[in-house]
Design a protein. Structure first.
Length: 366
């Protein structure tokens, strides 16, 4: 392995060993606290444009398998670990983490003090970083980083280009793809839904022509305010078709109703985040990955009520519309990776569709 360095925009330098691709990469450096699930994390489109560090010290010990991908093409910009396992042992293993990153042209760096890096991010917030050869001076690296414009097209990069159908015999669901994890699609097909996956900029008129029973707003990367066409679409379908939003979809629903979002200091990323359901007075352990959150103070007069909060920092984790059939959560109920405590939300989405259909039929015959 060759010597490589990670340089942060504040001038901090970490020297380590390179693995995966040898190309130079730039991205927002974030950390994930999950002990497992690195394959799902690497293939989660929500990490588009980011360099992800795992806080757990040993990564790659069970290899890469064919079943745990969240997308076919990973969008992550880089991967940071304390120690990478070169000889994984697991009955499902198809290849090593190193070989997978090489094939997908994703640079990695190991052997650095990930505990120190985590503390820096927690204290100062997420910041840009570059993984490059150890020979280049940190001054020139920082100059190159600062010359790069901020990315605002992550959703466009990760969303499907054209609509496609995953056939089923039950409810007809339009799934708006902002950077969808396959786990969401899996949960809908498990419930025999007929799913039509559409691009992020698929207009309300096109959605109405599909005559769906419900609309799913998926996860995705970046700032929700960079997707104004989605906000406009949600405003037009709200009250006409039941809506369920996840992660970025949750933020977009809030913006469409007049609430506001804000960037968090270092975000939530991991599979052990406790969330309290206010209505049920029950706590769930959830899987999360987001840099932005809905501002609670902006909820009044939007028609949205707070349903769930994060127990670590009291940020908004769930909202429900008081008039229209629509709700959303900030975390990932499909897990992948993580606990399946909140998998029942997909059933609640189907129940909401059923109730809306009964209400519509009663209004028709009234």
């Amino acid at each position: 392995m060759s010597k490589r360095q990670l340089v942060l925009e504040d001038g901090t330098v970490f020297i380590g060993e390179g693995f995966g691709s040898e190309r130079t990469t730039v991205g927002e450096v974030v950390f994930n606290t999950g002990m497992t699930g690195y394959q799902e994390i690497i293939s989660d489109p929500s990490y588009c444009g980011q360099i992800v560090m795992m806080t757990y010290p040993l990564v790659g010990n069970y290899g890469i398998n064919r079943d745990d991908f969240e997308t076919v093409t990973p969008f992550i910009h880089g991967f940071i670990v304390k120690e990478v396992c070169d000889f994984p042992s697991n009955f499902r293993k198809d290849e090593t983490l190193d070989s997978y990153l090489k094939v997908n042209n994703i640079p990695g760096i190991s052997g650095i003090d990930t505990r120190k890096l985590t503390k820096i991010i927690r204290k100062h917030g997420t910041m840009k970083g570059m993984i490059t050869s150890a020979d280049e001076s940190s001054e020139s690296v920082i100059e190159r980083m600062n010359s790069l414009p901020a990315k605002t097209d992550q959703v466009k990069q990760t969303s499907t280009i054209k609509p496609y159908v995953v056939p089923g015999r039950s409810k007809r669901v339009v799934l708006v793809d902002f950077g969808m994890k396959h786990g969401i699609l899996r949960e809908l097909t498990k419930r025999e839904c007929h799913v039509t996956v559409v691009p992020y900029n698929y207009g309300a008129d096109n959605i109405f022509r599909l005559k769906p029973d419900g609309i799913m707003l998926t996860n995705g990367p970046g700032d929700p305010k960079d997707v104004p066409e989605a906000i406009e679409m949600i405003q037009q379908v709200l009250g006409k078709i039941p809506v369920f939003g996840i992660c970025l979809g949750h933020q977009l629903l809030a913006l469409a109703c007049g609430a506001d979002t804000e960037k968090m200091k270092f975000g939530h990323r991991g599979s052990n985040h406790p969330v309290k359901d206010i209505m049920r007075s029950k706590t769930y352990i959830t899987s999360q990955n987001h840099s932005y959150a809905v501002r609670e103070s902006s909820l009044p007069n939007t028609g949205l009520e707070l349903t769930q909060v994060a127990l670590n920092d009291n940020t908004v984790e769930g909202v429900k519309h008081t008039v229209h059939p629509a709700f959303s959560v900030q975390y990932h109920p499909e897990s992948s990776p993580g606990p399946e405590d909140t998998n029942h939300l997909f059933d609640e989405f189907i129940q909401m569709i059923n109730l809306n259909q009964i209400k519509t039929e009663e209004e028709y015959h009234a």
